[in-house]
Design a protein around this ligand. Structure first.
Ligand SMILES: *[C@@H]1O[C@H](CO)[C@@H](O)[C@H](O)[C@H]1NC(C)=O
Ligand SMILES: *[C@@H]1O[C@H](CO)[C@@H](O)[C@H](O)[C@H]1NC(C)=O
Ligand SMILES: *[C@@H]1O[C@H](CO)[C@@H](O)[C@H](O)[C@H]1NC(C)=O
Ligand SMILES: *[C@@H]1O[C@H](CO)[C@@H](O)[C@H](O)[C@H]1NC(C)=O
Ligand SMILES: *[C@@H]1O[C@H](CO)[C@@H](O)[C@H](O)[C@H]1NC(C)=O
Ligand SMILES: *[C@@H]1O[C@H](CO)[C@@H](O)[C@H](O)[C@H]1NC(C)=O
Ligand SMILES: *[C@@H]1O[C@H](CO)[C@@H](O)[C@H](O)[C@H]1NC(C)=O
Ligand SMILES: *[C@@H]1O[C@H](CO)[C@@H](O)[C@H](O)[C@H]1NC(C)=O
Length: 492
């Protein structure tokens, strides 16, 4: 540490030297067991000077926290907090490597431990702040990420940085969750969290304590089914991985010199923002939930939420409101029930709904290798199957998801979205075929009827006017005194 401070003064005294020795920096990115980060004295700065770790007080708070923030961004933006629930009340904190190889934060010279990392023993541990914003503990001579003993990326606060994962390591049972701050000036564990649910066909949920607020929908190969606006683009790469080992979401930047983050703010909104260097400001790209249809189960089972509809909730064709009184008063949360039960052996078919957010998949079955035809056949064979759809949308649709529970949290999009085939009684399918279109075809039918009526009325009017004109002409010729000719003709 002392060496570093000496180098620092040296550089201040001899700025010219800096030009010739560009590799000498006044900052370090690593602590060894003999070093420490002390409040008010030192910070760690990552090698490319993207991130800095040190002590800070948020807003007007007097409490002291160890955190990581962007080094070069003028608005202090903290992306990770170590002791979020255990603040120091004065500036006597020290972060160092303890005897067992863990990072420990102490608040007195007596060594009162306020926070500690959580890993097993190491021989020559060092802690390093990487340019990704990841604080890692590793063996001094082993830089392989697979062998990190501990990393802050596994214990997120409220922010997801590029190449950081939110979700599960199924082997160890570790779940990486984004959890909001309590207030603007208090990084303590807040009420809102974003988690990946690994069950069924995995999807993400925003929680408010124990209540689900918003569901992303499952990953459809391009984006989450409920966030079509988050499609791949020229700025981001998205990655959703789901296998035996892991279930997680992550993103990366196509141009690594850009700065972008995803965070859960303390009023329960998931925000994606990008730093605009010219404006020196964060630019909000999108946020969720963004409208009433994003509220989890807004229209209950078999209810479809359409933000442009009035009312917003409607039942899937062949279903009716379970509680008509509430439904009439615009509370759709009771959902819908079948008008007629389908007879599993004899009469059932599928309604095709287009442009949908797929319903809750926590209890669904998915097989990425099946075709849509195989998916339909499998659904028909199972009497508890209520719907099926493609699991992935690229390439015109591949794979199979099957629902065997009530369909929850359906939403219709004006654009994008995907097709789902809902099982209904054969009597609900007027066209007799296996699949007929749902709500959209209703609209089309209405249009066809209107066109037919208009054309019919037109033909009728045209016919009438032709008759009228003919009659009028006849009358006129009578008036013009052609009676003679007529008379002649009559006589002839
Ligand atoms: C130091 O830490 C101990 C244990 O967490 C706590 O009881 C005490 O209030 C802390 N003191 C300060 C000044 O932060
Ligand atoms: C900070 O608080 C601790 C624990 O209460 C105390 O031992 C220490 O002297 C205090 N430091 C300062 C600089 O006030
Ligand atoms: C520490 O790690 C162990 C095993 O990996 C885990 O069971 C425990 O919950 C962790 N404790 C904390 C505070 O994260
Ligand atoms: C996602 O990340 C994993 C691990 O880095 C990689 O193996 C996989 O190819 C990535 N998938 C996509 C679609 O980029
Ligand atoms: C990446 O972004 C930086 C900063 O905006 C820009 O200067 C650079 O040209 C970009 N690089 C590429 C390959 O687009
Ligand atoms: C959370 O994000 C939403 C959407 O950007 C914004 O309207 C709200 O003010 C934010 N809350 C706070 C406390 O910043
Ligand atoms: C099959 O369905 C038709 C009409 O949907 C019904 O009339 C007939 O009785 C049903 N047959 C059996 C065996 O359930
Ligand atoms: C129908 O699906 C349910 C849920 O996936 C499953 O438990 C059940 O075994 C299936 N039944 C048949 C006959 O395949």
């Amino acid at each position: 540490m002392r060496k570093v401070i000496v180098i620092q003064s040296y550089i201040i005294l001899c700025p010219i030297l800096l030009i010739f020795l560009p590799n000498i920096s006044n900052a370090i990115d690593t602590i060894t067991p003999t070093q420490a980060v002390r409040d008010g004295e030192t910070t760690l700065v990552s090698s490319g000077e993207r991130f800095e770790l040190g002590f800070f007080s948020p807003g007007n708070s007097k409490n002291r926290y160890v955190g990581i923030w962007y080094k070069r961004i003028t608005i202090q933006t903290v992306v990770w907090v170590a002791n979020r629930d255990n603040p120091l009340t004065n500036s006597s904190g020290t972060l160092r490597i303890g005897d067992d190889g863990n990072l420990i934060l102490t608040n007195t010279s007596a060594g009162n431990v306020v926070w500690s990392s959580n890993q097993s023993k190491a021989d020559n541990p060092i802690a390093q702040l990487l340019d990704s914003g990841n604080l890692v503990i590793r063996e001094e001579n082993d830089e392989n990420p697979e062998n990190y003993l501990w990393q802050s990326f596994d214990y997120p606060t409220d922010t997801l940085l590029p190449d950081m994962k939110v979700g599960w390591n199924l082997r160890t049972g570790m779940n990486r969750i984004l959890t909001s701050w309590k207030r603007d000036d208090d990084p303590a564990t807040g009420d809102y969290s974003f988690r990946i649910d690994p069950h069924g066909f995995p999807e993400g949920f925003l929680w408010n304590r124990l209540d689900r607020q918003f569901r992303t929908g499952p990953w459809n190969g391009l984006t989450f089914s409920g966030i079509p606006q988050m499609k791949p683009n020229y700025i981001f790469n998205f990655n959703f991985t789901s296998n035996q080992e892991e279930v997680y979401y992550s993103f990366s930047l196509k141009n690594e010199s850009l700065v972008s983050r995803l965070m859960v703010n303390h009023t329960g909104v998931i925000q994606r923002s990008t730093w605009l260097e010219t404006n020196r400001a964060w630019n909000l790209l999108w946020y969720l939930p963004k409208d009433q249809c994003d509220n989890y189960r807004e229209c209950g089972a078999y209810g479809i939420c359409d933000i442009n509809g009035s009312p917003m909730c409607k039942c899937v064709k062949g279903f009716e409101p379970k509680n008509p009184d509430n439904w009439y008063l615009r509370d759709g949360s009771g959902g819908c029930i079948r008008k007629s039960e389908f007879d599993c052996q004899n009469g059932s078919g599928f309604l095709r709904l287009r442009g949908m957010k797929l319903p809750d998949t926590s209890l669904s079955f998915a097989d990425k290798s099946m075709t849509l035809k195989e998916c339909e056949a499998r659904c028909l064979k199972n009497c508890s199957c209520t719907a099926y759809a493609n699991s992935d949308i690229p390439g015109g649709g591949t794979g199979c998801v099957i629902w065997t529970d009530d369909l929850m949290d359906l939403r219709e999009f004006a654009e994008d979205g995907q097709d789902i085939y809902i099982r209904v009684a054969a009597s609900e399918l007027e066209e007799g075929g296996n699949s007929v279109s749902g709500s959209h075809s209703d609209k089309n039918k209405r249009v066809v009827v209107i066109v037919i009526v208009t054309v019919a009325v037109g033909v009728l009017l045209f016919g009438l006017s032709v008759c009228f004109i003919r009659k009028r002409k006849t009358m006129l010729s009578i008036w013009k005194g052609n009676t003679e000719e007529r008379g002649t003709r009559n006589l002839s």
